[in-house]
Design a protein. Structure first.
Length: 249
């Protein structure tokens, strides 16, 4: 079993490099309203179409020293970081629970990573990402984990209602928004993957992550005001991944 887990981790990690390249591109194009799948990859500075030799995950970036071969414009760290992160998460999922659950865990992790990256950068949780998260979670349960299907459905409903109710109560008490509209939909998607049992741990870990950021900002002399924005979706994604690992451990 251990040997099989390492083999699966190797091929899932390799696949993760390719997936990470696509997710890095999506994290740029989706907020900009650009086509993600149909348009060719191009340098964002000189618009030159990139050839296959310029699209090899991590390696192309290293060989080109993080610059476009044509105009020498810098290519950000986003691409190798996303590629390596997807590879690492996929391998982690395989080692945590080999077999089909590990493959599904990689799919869950990749979705969470893209959501977290966009929310951390743009404070935005698009329905184009949160709704597929819920759909894939429920489909995974229906097709491969039927014994968990009911828990997943309840988890999706409970996740949405919990944060939607919290947002409504905060708005009534304070007269302003306290949560973004995408947060309840994101937690619904998370509930579709971890079930209702995983929601308390997800929320606890997400809250601790957010509190840690606030405390770190205070220690660095940059205290945050009550109306400062926090990418709570990114914290929820982190909590969801750790909650999934806890459930599979």
């Amino acid at each position: 079993m251990l040997e099989g887990g390492w083999v699966q981790a190797a091929w899932q990690g390799g696949l993760g490099l390719v997936v990470g390249s696509f997710l890095a591109l999506a994290s740029v194009r989706l907020p900009a309203g650009e086509p993600i799948v149909l348009a060719r990859s191009r340098c964002r500075s000189c618009a030159k179409a990139l050839g296959p030799h310029e699209l090899v995950p991590v390696l192309s970036w290293m060989i080109q020293r993080g610059r476009c071969r044509t105009c020498a414009a810098p290519i950000g760290w986003r691409y190798p970081v996303m590629e390596l992160s997807c590879a690492g998460l996929a391998a982690w999922a395989a080692l945590a629970t080999p077999g089909l659950p590990g493959a599904l865990g990689a799919l869950f992790a990749w979705q969470l990573l893209l959501i977290a990256a966009i929310d951390a950068e743009h404070y935005w949780l698009p329905d184009r990402l949160t709704l597929p998260l819920a759909i894939t979670g429920l489909l995974a349960a229906a097709l491969f984990e039927a014994h968990q299907a009911l828990d997943r459905v309840v988890g999706a409903a409970a996740g949405f209602l919990a944060l939607a109710g919290l947002a409504w109560g905060y708005r009534r008490l304070r007269g302003r928004e306290g949560l973004g509209g995408g947060d309840p939909r994101l937690l619904a998607g998370i509930g579709a993957w971890v079930g209702w049992q995983g929601l308390p741990l997800t929320l606890l870990l997400a809250s601790l992550a957010g509190l840690s950021l606030v405390l770190a900002a205070r220690l660095w002399g940059r205290p945050m005001a009550g109306d400062d924005r926090l990418p709570f979706g990114a914290f929820l994604a982190l909590g969801a991944w750790l909650s999934w690992l806890h459930a599979t451990g």
